[in-house]
Design a protein around this ligand. Structure first.
Ligand code: ADP
Ligand code: MG
Length: 655
């Protein structure tokens, strides 16, 4: 007897459905994409609970004739692809003819649809893919599909669904991604009867981003445009000041389709290499448009992964468009750079966006440019290479200021500093007067002045008077402390060193971290499944000084936070902590605690770009020179030493 069975079509459909319908959010993606393909200008998505029980997508698109409505739920039924030739040039969101079949195989469906040329529409109901009923009906032009009880007939899958809250936030994110990709379509998302977002559909990217991402994110966005031989990029990217703790606000689209692409992510982040602190990520909404033939969307059933035929050119277009937007925001490059034009070699790494635009590469005319010959890893190289004297001169850096900190106040280099921490917060306490809390986010002075954070606090427990004799020459770029010690010149990264000092201090307190109660509690609205992570890790967060309670349906109120942290840092800190917890960076409670301490230390430390008093710089330098602080909590060195010999060699005083 044969052991191989040919599966019945309905069983095969249920298996295939798994590729398309992973969770309720996948149903939303497929239905909204169908509405877009149907030419709708208005789409409404409604869910109840987590979406598994009820999803309804209504549109005002072209609708279907009765005979098409009957076969739309059959596998490989599509109006978007006639034969294999069409596969090379896909201009619609769908083309596989699989989604409706897959969704209907694992749920109960009701659809009403009507074309403008018909006087009556069609109503069809299906149960696990089988048509139950199909009748003419009166309905508006367009299509309404209601999906109920997803996975009711596949309990194994049902089991894998997360909590209603998680599923609902995945549904909302999916609808938002779709909506953001089509500013010309008005998309409304309703959850349990209340409207969560509504995009205007006026064709304007800025109003769409504002409506969907909120005022705070949208106002930090700069316009981006670039064009490179048939590849066009438009959209928005965040100004460096608006960096975030995760990549949740990075949205890439290719020909209207939301895509996940490491290539685009690398191109974006490379452009910010010198303007964002490590651990901070840019936000963006970038739309790439190119010929349908130059991108393959048929890589994965979910169609969120694509293959570009000209990867290098796509990378360059995005990289230079974003760099150009950032340069437009920045002050002019320092004179030292203008005096020393970039030599030909290393051209790729150091060309500015303006130079790129006027070069033949921008038009894509130069077939075998250096850019095409270089390995992709070079995109990740650092621009400022201290070992090469030439590159130090020509690397495009922001304003460069060196000033003796004792007498002269450092010149304020950038007109709008990226980080606007109130100076008073970092003033060195004299031990009697408590440091003043920032005005923008009032903090109640902690009960015990000793637990307040400032640089002095971090070193007061340091029992190492062995600080070698040295001279602080000044501070460069509001980032590096320049120290002369014996025959060496030492550059200290003030943020990295201070971060380590705080981290060590917090860690040495072992079990208890001082918490400060806020006079004005801060409200935060976690995105995605952050809310669930916060709730699940409430006791860990509590142990570390956070007091967080649910507030309303989606908000949380933060009543207390670690004593060293600024209230303005609460939202980004929680975002970063959730990202760490989500990525499973912390396998056990102790490492979870350390990971969170990293974040607390980072948020509490003085930042590059801030004015720092002479006394604080001195304290940080002492901690480094005494050998107490060598690496930041992430393992990066906090100082770089150049000996007289190194310098003499570079100046060719000796060979
Ligand atoms: P695909 O989108 O890959 O063609 P689907 O299974 O998603 O496959 O849809 C099958 C067909 O049903 C589509 O090709 C289209 O003709 C029709 N259809 C689906 N949704 C809509 C809609 N909202 N409006 C009009 N036609 C639709
Ligand atoms: Mg489809």
């Amino acid at each position: 007897m044969s052991v191989i069975n040919i599966l019945a079509p309905h069983v095969a459909d249920m298996i295939a459905a798994g590729e398309v319908v992973e969770r309720p959010a996948s149903v939303i993606k497929e239905l909204v994409e169908n509405s877009f393909d149907a030419g709708a200008t208005s789409v409404t998505v409604e869910i109840r609970g987590g979406g598994a029980a009820y999803i309804r997508v209504s549109d005002n698109g072209c609708g279907m004739a009765a005979e098409d409505a009957g076969i739309a739920f059959t596998r490989h039924a599509t109006s978007k692809l006639a034969d294999e030739k069409g596969l090379e040039c896909i201009g619609t969101m769908g083309f596989r003819g699989e989604a409706l079949a897959a969704i209907s195989a694992v749920s109960k469906i009701e659809m009403t649809t009507r074309r403008a040329c018909d006087s009556e529409g069609t109503r069809i109901t299906l149960d696990a893919g089988d048509i139950q009923d199909m009748l003419p009906c009166g309905c508006p032009v367009g299509t309404v599909i209601t999906v109920r009880d997803i996975f009711y007939n596949t309990p194994a899958r049902l089991k894998f669904l997360k909590s209603d809250r998680s599923e609902a936030s995945a549904c909302q994110l999916t609808a938002l991604r779709c909506a953001l990709g089509r500013p010309d379509v008005s998309v409304r998302f309703i959850k349990d009867g209340s409207e969560e977002f509504f995009s205007p559909g006026d064709g304007r990217g800025d109003s769409c981003a504002y409506a969907l991402l909120g005022r705070e994110t949208a106002t930090g966005l700069m316009p981006v445009t670039g064009d490179n031989d048939g590849i066009r990029v438009t959209g928005f990217a965040s100004s460096p000041a608006a960096g975030r703790g995760n990549r949740a606000m990075q949205f890439f689209y290719c020909n209207g389709r939301f895509i996940k692409s490491q290539l685009l992510q690398a191109a974006l982040e490379q452009a910010y290499k010198n303007s964002l602190l490590s651990g901070r990520y840019p936000s963006c909404v970038l739309y790439l448009d190119m010929s349908f033939a130059s991108v393959d969307v048929n890589v994965h059933p979910a169609k969120t992964e694509v293959k570009f035929s000209a990867e290098r050119r796509v990378f360059d277009t995005v990289y230079y468009a974003v760099l150009s937007a950032l340069e437009a925001e920045k002050p002019l490059a320092p004179a030292v750079e203008r005096l020393s034009p970039a030599p030909k070699e290393g051209f790729y790494k150091h060309m500015t966006a303006a130079e790129y635009r006027s070069s033949p590469l921008a038009s894509g005319k130069q077939g075998t440019s250096e850019m095409q010959l270089r390995a992709p890893e070079e995109h990740y190289q650092t621009r400022l290479d201290l070992s090469s004297p030439a590159s130090t001169v020509r690397a495009p850096q922001p304003q460069y200021t060196v000033s003796g900190h004792s007498a002269e106040k450092p010149r304020s280099a950038a007109p709008a500093p990226a980080y606007t921490a109130p100076k008073s917060y970092f003033s060195v306490s004299d031990g009697k007067t408590p440091a003043i809390s920032p005005v923008s986010a009032p903090i109640q002075p902690p009960a015990e002045p000793a637990c307040q954070h400032n640089v002095e606090n971090c070193v007061q427990n340091v029992e190492s008077p062995l600080v070698p004799e040295h001279k602080i020459v000044g501070e460069a770029m509001k980032t590096y402390i320049i120290v002369e010690q014996g025959d060496s010149l030492i550059l200290i990264d003030k943020h990295a060193a201070h971060e380590r000092m705080i981290f060590d201090m917090l860690k040495s307190r072992k079990s208890e971290i001082m918490s400060q109660t806020l006079l004005c509690p801060v409200t935060v609205r976690p995105s995605g499944d952050d809310a669930e992570l916060i709730e699940r890790n409430a006791s860990l967060l509590g142990e570390l000084g956070f007091e967080i309670e649910p507030f309303g349906e989606r908000d949380y109120i933060v009543r207390a936070l670690p004593a060293d942290m600024d209230a303005g840092e609460v939202a980004p800190a929680l975002e970063e902590i959730c990202e760490k917890l989500r990525r499973g960076k912390a396998p056990d409670a102790q490492s979870a605690r350390d990971e969170i301490l990293h974040t607390v230390a980072c948020k509490a430390a003085i930042k590059a770009g801030w004015d720092t008093s002479a006394k604080e710089l001195e304290r940080v330098a002492d901690a480094v020179l005494s050998g107490q602080v060598k690496y930041c909590p992430h393992g990066r060195p906090v100082s770089v030493t150049m000996t007289r010999k190194d310098l003499d060699k570079q100046f060719k005083r000796i060979v």
